[in-house]
Design a protein around this ligand. Structure first.
Ligand code: CAA
Length: 378
C-alpha cells in the first residue's frame, strides 16, 4: 500500500491523463506528433522536472513519484509517457548526478520547466546492445572537443535542445575511452539524418543524428574524462525503471479497456465476462500487472533510499515489458475482431508495447544484467 502522498499524486496525474491525454492519444498516434499544447501542459504541471530538486526549478519529488507519473500518462498514451521518461531519466538525471554546479544551473531549470527537451545519444548504426563498441569521436582540440559521428534510435531526437552524447576521447576497442558530453543541438554541425517510421510509439520521435565537427566546449564534459561508459550504464539503470513504468501503463490501459468490454459485450445471451475463459484471461492480466507494479515500486523505492537497485530495475523492466506485450495481445484476443480495428485503442497498445522489450536494453540485455548480479561469485 502506498502512502497518502503517492495516492494524491496518482489521482492528480490520472485526472490530467484522462482529460488532456486520452482524448487525443489516437490522434497523436495517427499524426505521429505530440501537440505543442500538450508538451506545454506537461511542463506547466511540473511533469518534465518531476524529481529535479526545487533549487533547479523541478518539482522535487522522488523516483517512485516519477514512476507513478510515467505509468499514469502511459496508460493513456505511451508516446507521451516516453517523451517524459527519455527527457527525465536519460537527460536530466545524468546532469543532476554527474554534472558540475555550473552545468546543473545552466541546463536543469530549462529541462525541468519543459522549455527545453532532452535526449540521450548512446546507440549507433553498429553499436546497439554492444554499446561499448561505439565509434563517435570527441577529439581534444585545446579549447574544445571536436565531435564527429552518427547516433541511432534517439528518442526525442527531433525536438531535443540538449543531448547527452557518448563519444571516444581516446581510441580503444572497448568502452574504456568513452566520455560523456552535454551537447546543445543548436551547435553548428548538428543535423537530423532521418526520423524513423515505426510500428508503435508513433507520436514519439526516433531520430538518426549526425555530428559533423561540432565544437563542444570543454566545460560540457559530463563526469570524469573516459568514465563515460559508467555514466551511460548508471543512467540506463534508472532509465529502465522509466520504461518499466511505461510498460506498466500500457498493460493497464489494455487491461482496463478489455475488462470494460467484457462486461458490456453480450454473446450467448450474457456479458462475455461471465465466461470462465474470459475470466481466466482477466485474472492472469490482473496478476501480471500486480507483480509488475510491485517490482517497479520496489526498485524505485530502493533508488530513493540509496540502496543498490540495478538488478531490481532490470527485473522490473524485463517483467513489465513482457507483461505489456502479453496483456495487450490477450486484450485484442478478448475483444476479437473489434480489438483488431483502429476504432479501439487495443491495437495501439499492442504496437506500443513491443518497443518496451527493445529500447533502453532489450529483454536479452536485461537477462544478462540480472544474471551478472546473480553470478557475481563466479
Ligand atoms: N553502473 C555503473 N557502472 C557500470 C554499470 C552500472 N550499472 N554496469 C557496468 N558498469 C561499468 C563496469 O564497472 C565497467 O567499468 P570499469 O571497467 O571502470 O570497472 C564497465 O562499465 C564495463 O562493464 P561490463 O564489462 O559489464 O560492460 P560490457 O561491455 O560487458 O556491457 C552491457 C555490458 C550490459 C551488455 C551493456 O553494454 C549494455 O547495457 N548494453 C545495452 C545498451 C542499451 O541499453 N542501449 C540502449 C540505449 S538508450 C535507447 O534505447 C535509446 C533511447 O533514446 C531510449
Amino acid at each position: 500500500m502506498l502512502d497518502e502522498n503517492y495516492s494524491e499524486l496518482r489521482d492528480l496525474v490520472k485526472k490530467f491523463s484522462d482529460s488532456a491525454v486520452a482524448p487525443i492519444a489516437a490522434k497523436i498516434d495517427s499524426e505521429g506528433e505530440i501537440p505543442k499544447e500538450l508538451r506545454n501542459q506537461l511542463g506547466e504541471n511540473g511533469f518534465m522536472g518531476c524529481y529535479i530538486p526545487e533549487e533547479y526549478g523541478g518539482a522535487g519529488m522522488d523516483y517512485l513519484s516519477y514512476a507513478i507519473l510515467v505509468e499514469e500518462i502511459s496508460r493513456s498514451c505511451a508516446s507521451t509517457g516516453v517523451l517524459i521518461s527519455a527527457h527525465t531519466s536519460l537527460c536530466s538525471w545524468p546532469i543532476l548526478e554527474f554534472g558540475t554546479e555550473e552545468q546543473k544551473k545552466k541546463y536543469l531549470p530549462k529541462l525541468a520547466s519543459g522549455e527545453w527537451t532532452g535526449c540521450f545519444c548512446l546507440s549507433e548504426p553498429n553499436a546497439g546492445s554492444d554499446a561499448g563498441s561505439l565509434t563517435t569521436t570527441a577529439i581534444d582540440k585545446g579549447d574544445y572537443y571536436e565531435l564527429n559521428g552518427v547516433k541511432n534510435w534517439i528518442t526525442n531526437g527531433k525536438e531535443a535542445n540538449v543531448a547527452i552524447v557518448f563519444a571516444k576521447t581516446r581510441k580503444t576497442d572497448d568502452y574504456k575511452g568513452i566520455s560523456a558530453f552535454i551537447v546543445e543541438t543548436s551547435s553548428p554541425g548538428f543535423s537530423i539524418i532521418k526520423i524513423e517510421d515505426k510500428l508503435g510509439i508513433k507520436g514519439s520521435s526516433t531520430a538518426q543524428l549526425a555530428f559533423d565537427k561540432i565544437k563542444v566546449p570543454k566545460a560540457n564534459l559530463l563526469g570524469p574524462l573516459e568514465k563515460g561508459f559508467r555514466v551511460a550504464m548508471a543512467t540506463l539503470d534508472g532509465g529502465r525503471m522509466g520504461i518499466a513504468a511505461q510498460a506498466l501503463g500500457i498493460a493497464r490501459g489494455a487491461f482496463e479497456y478489455a475488462r470494460k468490454y467484457s462486461m458490456e459485450r453480450i454473446q450467448f445471451g450474457q456479458p462475455i465476462a461471465k465466461l470462465q475463459a474470459i475470466q481466466f484471461m482477466l485474472a492472469d492480466m490482473s496478476t501480471k500487472i500486480a507483480a509488475a507494479r510491485l517490482m517497479l515500486y520496489d526498485a524505485s523505492t530502493r533508488k530513493d533510499k540509496g540502496l543498490p537497485f540495478a538488478k531490481e530495475a532490470a527485473q522490473a523492466k524485463l517483467f513489465a515489458s513482457e507483461a505489456a506485450m502479453w496483456i495487450s495481445t490477450k486484450a485484442i484476443q478478448l475483444c476479437g475482431g473489434n480489438g483488431y480495428t483502429k476504432e479501439y485503442p487495443l491495437e495501439r497498445f499492442f504496437r506500443d508495447a513491443k518497443i518496451t522489450e527493445i529500447y533502453e536494453g532489450t529483454s536479452e540485455i536485461q537477462r544478462i544484467v540480472i544474471a551478472s548480479y546473480e553470478l557475481k561469485e563466479i
